[in-house]
Design a protein around this ligand. Structure first.
Ligand SMILES: [Zn+2]
Length: 319
């Protein structure tokens, strides 16, 4: 079987970052997170595990209408009506940046599908609660839905999501009636959101891996996305399912499962990684470092990249 590329191909441009009002006026730092994470990679000398590309174009209104009503798309672009339903301070910069965050995920998934030796990474969040008629919970547009439908239309490829954010990724289920192609692009039962705490969470995740594994072997799923949201960590301001040991174990389980499936099918399984949620008002670096530890476990086990890290996740102040 073909060897994986050693570095995680990262679809990042500064254009996918929103600075306006986010640091001061927004609970969620997600619109800044891609930039902060890229800085953290540089400062912690972890660039050896990542290869950056900014070779992708912004989504347009036409792309967003795949999963959203015309009136919501227009409201958000114009800063009126439902434009605040995402819970974020609206700005022109925010509009510009979401065109690129959504495109980053699509470009990463498309590249992984066509070049499965590359593990692709979209450093993005702020998508999985969005609904056809509005945003919700710091999420503006359903990038995972749009990218999946585009890939289905281009390549007849169906995908599965392992959404390990601390909150259920409702936008896939909430978009099925709006665009029925989604049932083919992400078949029912392929939006995996583990539940429970620690050991129970692990068992729930394992059942999801087993289920999707069967569908891959049967030729019904062609690619997977692993969105290891940091708000499923027990010290997150909004989360609580897993302690550090169990949270990191999920990255190891996913990576070993990818290797096993690839071995069984004789070809590298197309894999895309994404960030999703993560909130720590006491220490935002802890959120970034959880994401980095997960990414480096994937790089180590799937890409055989031996990049060392010594990141320590501090407990939340007062716990
Ligand atoms: Zn969340």
């Amino acid at each position: 079987m073909k060897k994986r590329n050693k570095r995680i191909l990262t679809f990042y441009t500064d254009q996918q970052v929103c600075i306006d009002n986010i640091r001061e006026a927004s609970f969620s730092k997600s619109p800044l997170k891609p930039y902060l994470l890229m800085q953290r990679i540089k400062n912690k000398k972890l660039s050896g595990a990542f290869q950056r590309t900014s070779d992708f174009q912004s989504f347009t209104k036409k792309d967003f209408k795949i999963a959203h009503t015309e009136s919501y798309v227009n409201d958000f672009f114009n800063g009126e009506g439902n434009c605040y339903t995402n819970g974020l301070p609206w700005s022109r910069n925010l509009v510009h940046s979401v065109g690129y965050t959504n495109a980053s995920l699509y470009a990463a998934k498309r590249h992984a599908l066509l070049n499965p030796t590359s593990i692709c990474f979209a450093p993005i969040s702020g998508m999985h609660h969005a609904q056809p008629k509005g945003g919700c919970g710091f999420c503006t547009f359903s990038g995972q839905v749009i990218s999946a439908i585009k890939l289905y239309e281009e390549f007849s490829a169906s995908g599965a999501y392992f959404d390990l954010d601390g909150h259920f990724g409702n936008s896939i289920e909430d978009s099925r009636d709006f665009n029925p192609i989604l049932d083919l692009a992400i078949p029912r039962g392929c939006n995996i959101n583990p539940i429970g705490k620690n050991g129970a969470y692990i068992a729930s995740f394992q059942r999801g891996l087993d289920h999707v594994g069967e569908l891959i072997r049967a030729g019904k799923i062609q690619y997977v996305v692993f969105a290891h949201g940091a708000d499923s960590h027990e010290d997150d301001d909004l989360g609580g399912a897993c302690d550090t040991k169990h949270w990191l174990l999920c990255a190891k389980m996913f990576s070993e499962w990818v290797n096993q499936i690839s071995k069984e099918t004789g070809k590298p399984l197309p894999v895309t990684l994404a960030l999703f949620g993560g909130y720590r008002s006491d220490n935002y670096d802890a959120v970034l470092d959880l994401h980095l530890k997960s990414l480096l476990i994937c790089a180590n086990i799937i890409c055989k990249n031996e990049q060392k890290e010594t990141l320590v996740i501090p407990r939340k102040v007062g716990r």
